[in-house]
Ligand binder design. Structure first.
Ligand SMILES: Cc1cc2nc3c(=O)[nH]c(=O)nc-3n(C[C@H](O)[C@H](O)[C@H](O)COP(=O)(O)OP(=O)(O)OC[C@H]3O[C@@H](n4cnc5c(N)ncnc54)[C@H](O)[C@@H]3O)c2cc1C
Ligand code: SF4
Length: 489
């Protein structure tokens, strides 16, 4: 343990970020590095409490508690406090293949479960994680490490998001020959096309992919497995197949006027924006410049749409959600160490407030119609106010609450219903009633011999950290299936 009395002496220092108004003029990451002295003070706040919940990663009463990867948080906090950064790195890499991603984009369930957070702001675990891995890359400590011995086993991984990448990394380390197939033109799944560059610059995704390629993982892009290479071909050429195809089945909002021009799925919009940053000098071909934008969906994907439309120069932006504003502090139904469901200003909301003077979120709003003109172009939305969603997810309209909103662009960000339909047809795997691939947690085996599933395709829409964990655990099961024993963690 670092400093025994650190948690009493020091306050939490928030992660430094760039000025919210100025940063909307570019597409670069909004977070800044934390000075070393502040990091050591933050690490000193860790009590190394006897039964630390920060790394439990268990669901307690339907709430995620702690890090799903079981990161060795008190141990690396202590190493950082002592200035032993190399040791901290070794500890971090024991459980997390890609801390440069989680250190940037994770909502940090570990911090919600930190014991200090019962009475004070949590230990700044996420900023410490990011600092450890960023320093490791800067110092040149991260080098390709190909396995010393290869087995004769060949594995095909379908999908290159964090689940597929973590699974590939682990199986490659175990000496198997791994090929990752990706239908898109770039590797990374939602790390590449989904999570905006402001949260995660794509150089860090490419850096990791290049490192894995140097270690022997083969990456094949622009191939839709199941079609461009059939299931029969995969089964003939590989000893095992892992489906890490994500939860790409976007939910729609089917209402009168849905065919109006100007209504897009959030994922199509975000993907195009990132493609334009990477391939088109940033010139945005699906631009919200000068337009009134409404995002339907109160979650994180909706917030990413807000941040993107802001940078494109939208005239106005609102983000609609069915739910009520979250409370400022935990309620009795959401006790520690569950992930705290409390009001937060995401990076996008801070930016919108800095540019437009207000938080763009509108609570307890439900759209009833897309309004279009005689040319079929979207001109507005009709909404009603609603009472908060009940336990059965029903909404109750508030009488006489109808409103009309001006809108030239609507972005639909109401979540995902499992993996894409073609995956079930092409691979003949059984599906759950949530449209995810049916494979039991901890085993990851589908109904088809030798075919495994992990990540959002199996679990449903989740987080990068959950996907990495699923990929690691599935790799262990594949290794066991192929070799009859496994030394993978
Ligand atoms: C806009 C957005 C922002 C998000 N922001 C965050 C965040 O800030 N923090 C966080 O923790 N989580 C975030 N998430 C969630 C997180 O990105 C996902 O939970 C995670 O990426 C899931 O990983 P995965 O590997 O299971 O799937 P994905 O990342 O979805 O990758 C699946 C890949 O499989 C490919 N694929 C599918 N079918 C085939 C096929 N037949 N052949 C070949 N390839 C195929 C797809 O093209 C895709 O590249 C966000 C999600 C979205 C949509
Ligand atoms: S729960 Fe908080 S105080 Fe306890 S070990 Fe984890 S980070 Fe440290």
């Amino acid at each position: 343990m670092g400093k025994a009395t650190g948690f009493m002496e020091y306050d939490r220092i928030p992660s430094p970020v760039r000025d919210p108004k100025k940063r909307t003029r570019d597409w670069n990451e909004y977070s800044l590095p934390m000075p070393e002295v502040d990091l050591q003070i933050q690490a000193a706040r860790c009590m190394d409490c006897g039964v630390p919940f920060c790394h439990t990663g268990e669901e307690i009463k339907n709430g995620v508690s702690g890090c799903p990867l079981h990161n060795l948080i008190p141990e690396w906090n202590d190493a950082v406090y002592r200035g032993e950064w190399r040791e901290a790195l070794d500890l971090l890499l024991k459980t997390n293949n890609f801390p440069e991603f989680t250190g940037r984009v994770c909502p940090a369930p570990c911090e919600g479960s930190c014991t200090v957070a019962i009475s004070e702001p949590a230990v700044g675990i996420k900023s410490i994680e990011k600092a450890i891995i960023d320093r490791a890359f800067e110092e040149g400590w991260i080098k390709p490490q190909a396995p010393l011995k290869r087995t004769d086993k060949r594995i095909a991984i379908i999908g290159s998001g964090p689940a597929g990448l973590a699974c590939a990394d682990q199986l490659n380390k175990a000496g198997h020959t791994v090929t990752v197939f990706e239908k898109s033109d770039r590797i990374g799944g939602l790390l590449m096309y989904g999570i905006p560059t402001m949260k995660l610059e794509k150089d860090s995704v490419n850096r990791r992919v290049n490192l894995m390629a140097e270690e022997g993982v083969e990456f094949v892009t622009n191939i839709e497995a199941g079609k461009d290479i059939t299931m029969e071909q995969l089964q003939a050429e590989y000893d095992s197949v892992v489906l890490a195809t994500g939860a790409g089945n976007a939910r729609d909002v089917q209402l009168p006027g849905r065919d109006a021009k100007g209504i897009y799925f959030a994922m199509d919009y975000l993907t195009q924006s990132i493609k334009d940053i990477l391939d088109n000098n940033g010139v945005q071909t699906m631009s919200a410049e000068g337009k009134n934008v409404i995002v339907i969906g109160g979650g994180d994907t909706g917030a990413d749409c807000v941040a993107t439309a802001l940078r494109q120069g939208a005239k106005s932006i609102y983000q609609f959600g069915h739910r009520d504003k979250l409370p400022d502090a935990r309620t009795i139904k959401n006790p520690w160490p569950q992930f705290p469901k409390v009001f937060q200003m995401d990076y996008a909301h801070n930016e919108a407030r800095a540019v437009y003077g207000d938080d763009p979120r509108q609570y307890l709003v439900s759209t009833t119609e897309f309004i279009k003109n005689s040319r079929g172009e979207l001109t507005g939305l009709r909404t009603i106010d609603v009472d908060d969603i009940d336990a059965e997810r029903n909404i109750k309209p508030v009488p006489n609450s109808e409103k009309i909103w001006e809108a030239d662009i609507v972005l639909i960000a109401v979540g995902f219903a499992g993996t894409t339909k073609s995956v079930f047809e092409d691979f003949q795997v059984a599906k759950t009633n949530r449209h995810t691939i049916d494979a039991r947690k901890g085993f990851y085996r589908t109904n088809v011999e030798g075919v495994f599933a992990c990540g959002d395709a199996r679990y449903g829409q989740s987080l990068v950290v959950t996907a990495i964990n699923e990929g690691r655990e599935a790799a262990r099961e594949v290794d066991f299936y192929l070799m009859g024993e496994t030394f993978l963690p």
